[in-house]
Ligand binder design. Structure first.
Ligand code: FAD
Length: 501
């Protein structure tokens, strides 16, 4: 049995002191919670909104070394990420799976050039590789990706990487942490740090649902708040110099018929020197991404016109079927938590992670990528252990199987009614999102427990009242609450609908 949020909250309030409190329930924070709990430390994680409401549900959904970092010469980082890719494929096979990529080649030198680069990529994965890369002729390329523009096509290069559902992996991490005695709470915000004799000894939190505030004590407090890292650092030290730089990336989702395949494409060189992916995902095609520096840190970042135009105009060149704005089913924006560098362009800032311990003992872990969350977590707990003053315990997460009670595909086909003919989710998925996965709002269910909003914004809007009704039965909502849930969801969903922009 997975304990409910109420049960977890009660335990949190009645516990005198924690070994470790983690702030932030994205990939980094939940990874840290799993690492800490499985080493046997008493662990509490608090997330101000929903798990993954920040950046971690808005990625390109790739578990990868990052071919483009290879081009930047960051071999060590690629190697580390490829090692993590191999581990995740082993530890969470119900969510992370191998995916074939094809780099389409339109110039004579592309095949040898990308072919050699991808052989290096293979080699860096060592014994954790998926399958060797291969040069493809024109016919093979067209057979793997029938939707690709054939004009001038000379062939391609095939390679393999990992793909996943980011928000589903977060649920799996949260469940794994709880099954190992951790407490994880969504909708509990840290509003201040508690200090004793100049050292951080706990957090002051607000239960967003009830409005109650209370204090929780810990031997070590870990800041894993992604793009909001500096806000928490300033709770510790008002004069803390900013560390974070946000870079927005957007994706558009379209019908799978544009590529008609289960193979992804990688375009290695766009006009502004970025890579572009077209990735089959839950029966649709996900296209991304951009890299736009943002000064403002929004809790619900909005795609810019210019970003949408950029993606559409670039991907259209590589597809045989005409691709226009009206084909976009959903668009979503996320903010990369990059650690500042003295460089003007965010696309060239390192994706390596940063660990900082302040004079008062606050541990901050940030930067990095989804793919490397586990290594980030291990490093953070290794560092936090010093504050615990006990014999060190090694991390066991390299080979730890993650909870597999989460696959939303599991109930599809179980006989439960689909919530909408255009969505691969059932009424049971909605109920289970509430009972086993801590969904608290219609948005939690439609955006992150199922990925309806990301797959088709208009359909998600249509199905919202039905989802509110199903949730009402589980959570005891009255008519007013159902209506306000739907209204709140529609406001967020508009941002995902390109036709409203
Ligand atoms: C467009 C895009 C594409 C990407 N694609 C990939 C990819 O394909 N593969 C890959 O490996 N990586 C990818 N990344 C990178 C990856 O998504 C991020 O590195 C990762 O999700 C960051 O996780 P995080 O936990 O540090 O931050 P977040 O997910 O933002 O989590 C931080 C959490 O802290 C919470 N929080 C903030 N303040 C408080 C507070 N006071 N109290 C309590 N909680 C608080 C927030 O609500 C938030 O949920 C991509 C990133 C972007 C933007």
């Amino acid at each position: 049995m997975i304990p409910s949020r109420d049960e977890l909250l009660k335990k949190a309030v009645s516990t005198k002191r924690w070994d470790i409190i983690i702030i932030g329930g994205g990939a980094t924070g939940l990874g840290v919670a799993v690492d800490a709990a499985t080493r046997g430390y008493t662990t509490l994680l608090v997330e101000a909104r929903d798990f993954g409401k920040g950046t971690s549900s808005k990625s390109t959904k790739l578990i990868h070394g990052g071919v483009r970092y290879l081009r930047q010469g960051n071999i060590k980082m690629v190697m580390k990420a490829l090692r993590e890719r191999g581990r995740l494929l082993n530890n969470a096979p119900h969510i992370v799976h191998p995916l074939r990529f094809v780099v389409p080649c339109y110039r004579w030198w592309h095949k040898p050039w990308y072919g050699i680069g991808l052989k290096l990529y293979d080699a860096l994965a060592r014994n954790l590789g998926i399958a060797p890369s291969k040069i493809l002729n024109r016919e093979e390329t067209l057979s793997y990706v029938p939707g690709i523009n054939p004009v001038g096509l000379r062939g391609g290069v095939e390679y393999w990487d990992g793909q996943f559902d980011d928000a589903r992996l977060l649920v799996s991490l949260a469940q794994t942490a709880v099954l190992n005695q951790a407490i994880v709470l969504n909708y509990v915000e840290v509003v201040d740090l508690v200090k004793t004799k100049g050292l951080v000894t706990g957090v002051r939190v607000r239960d967003v649902e009830s409005g109650t505030t209370f204090e929780l004590e810990a031997q070590s407090v870990i800041n894993a708040t992604g793009i909001e890292t500096d806000f928490v650092r300033r709770m510790d030290n008002v004069a803390a110099a900013p560390m974070m730089q946000a870079a927005q990336g957007i994706h558009v989702v379209v019908d799978s018929s544009f590529l008609s395949t289960d193979t992804a494409i990688m375009i290695p060189d766009t006009d502004d020197g970025r890579v572009l992916f077209g990735v089959p995902w839950h029966g649709k095609l996900l296209v991304g991404t951009t890299d736009t520096p943002r000064e403002e840190i929004s809790k619900e970042p909005e795609p810019l016109e210019v970003e949408i135009d950029y993606l559409i105009s670039h991907i259209a060149r590589y597809l045989s079927k005409p691709f226009t704005r009206k084909d976009v089913l959903s668009v979503f924006a996320g903010l990369r938590p990059l650690v500042r560098a003295n460089k003007a362009e965010t696309k060239s800032i390192s994706r390596d992670h940063t660990l900082e311990v302040s004079a008062s003992g606050l541990v901050t872990i940030t930067g990095g990528k989804w793919t490397t969350y586990r290594q980030m977590a291990e490093d953070a707990i290794n560092r936090a252990e010093r504050a615990l003053g006990r014999p060190r315990r090694p991390s066991i997460t390299r080979t730890l199987a993650l909870s597999d009670r989460t696959s939303s595909d599991a109930t599809s086909g179980s006989g439960s009614k689909q919530i909408h003919p255009d969505l691969p989710y059932t009424e049971d998925d909605v109920r289970r999102a509430v009972t086993d996965e801590w969904a608290r709002s219609v948005e939690d269910v439609l955006a992150r427990r199922t990925r309806s909003l990301f797959l088709n914004a208009a359909v998600a809007m249509e199905v919202a009242p039905k989802v509110a009704n199903l949730m009402a039965n589980e959570l005891g909502w009255d008519e007013n609450r159902q209506q306000s849930e739907v209204k709140g969801f529609l406001q967020v969903a508009k941002i995902y609908s390109v036709h409203h922009i």
